[in-house]
Design a protein around this ligand. Structure first.
Ligand code: IMP
Ligand code: MG
Length: 174
C-alpha cells in the first residue's frame, strides 16, 4: 500500500464543487446542460458537480472514453476514442467535465473534435488544473483548484487504477 497524504480535504472539495455548481447554474439559466464525462477520471467529479446544479437547470449526461497516445514519445496530441458518445451533441449546450488538465493534449484534441459536431456551445470544467505542465493551450472555463506539478489521486484520479474512490485529493508518497 502506498502512503497517501491529504492535499485537498473532502470538505474543501465539497465546498468548491458547490461553488462551481452555483456559478454554472447561473451561467446556464434557460438552457439544458449536456454534461460530457471523460471516463474514467471524470465520473466522480461529474456526479458530484451535477448534484449541485440547481433544479431549474436540467442536466443530461453522456460519456466518452479516450486514450492518449501521449507519453513523451508522441507530442502529436492524437487521442484515440475508445468509447464515443451515445447521442449527437448538435445544437446542445455541452459542458465537458474532466478530473484534471495536465499537458492539455487530451482536452485540446477532444474539444476540437467535439466542436466539429456543432454544439450550440462548448465549455470545459475541470476539478484540477496543473497550468505549469501545459504543452497545448486549452481554454478552461471552470476550474476547481489550480495545483502545483505533483502527482495526485482521489476524486476520480488514479495511481495504477487505484484510489479513484478517495473523497479527497491526495499525494501518493512513492
Ligand atoms: P493531459 O492533459 O492530456 O496531459 O492528460 C490529462 C490526463 O492525465 C488526466 O485525464 C489524467 O488521466 C492523467 N493525469 C494527469 N495528471 C495526473 C495526476 O496527477 N494524477 C492522476 N492522473 C493524472
Ligand atoms: Mg482523465
Amino acid at each position: 500500500m502506498e502512503k497517501i497524504s491529504v492535499m485537498i480535504s473532502e470538505e474543501q472539495v465539497a465546498k468548491r464543487v458547490a461553488e462551481l455548481g452555483d456559478v454554472i447554474t447561473r451561467d446556464y439559466q434557460g438552457k439544458v446542460i449536456h454534461m460530457i464525462c471523460v471516463m474514467k477520471g471524470g465520473v466522480y467529479f461529474m456526479t458530484q458537480l451535477s448534484s449541485r446544479i440547481g433544479k431549474d437547470v436540467p442536466v443530461t449526461m453522456d460519456f466518452m472514453s479516450v486514450s492518449s497516445y501521449g507519453d513523451d514519445l508522441t507530442s502529436s496530441g492524437i487521442v484515440r476514442i475508445i468509447k464515443d458518445l451515445d447521442e449527437s451533441i448538435e445544437g446542445k449546450d455541452v459542458l465537458v467535465v474532466e478530473d484534471i488538465i495536465d499537458s492539455g493534449r487530451t482536452l485540446s484534441y477532444l474539444l476540437r473534435i467535439l466542436q466539429e459536431r456543432h454544439p450550440a456551445s462548448l465549455k470545459l470544467c475541470t476539478l484540477l488544473d496543473k497550468p505549469s505542465r501545459r504543452v497545448k493551450d486549452v481554454d478552461v472555463d471552470y476550474v476547481g483548484f489550480e495545483i502545483e506539478d505533483q502527482f495526485v489521486v482521489g476524486c476520480g484520479l488514479d495511481y495504477k487504477q487505484k484510489y479513484r474512490n478517495l473523497p479527497y485529493v491526495g499525494i501518493v508518497e512513492l
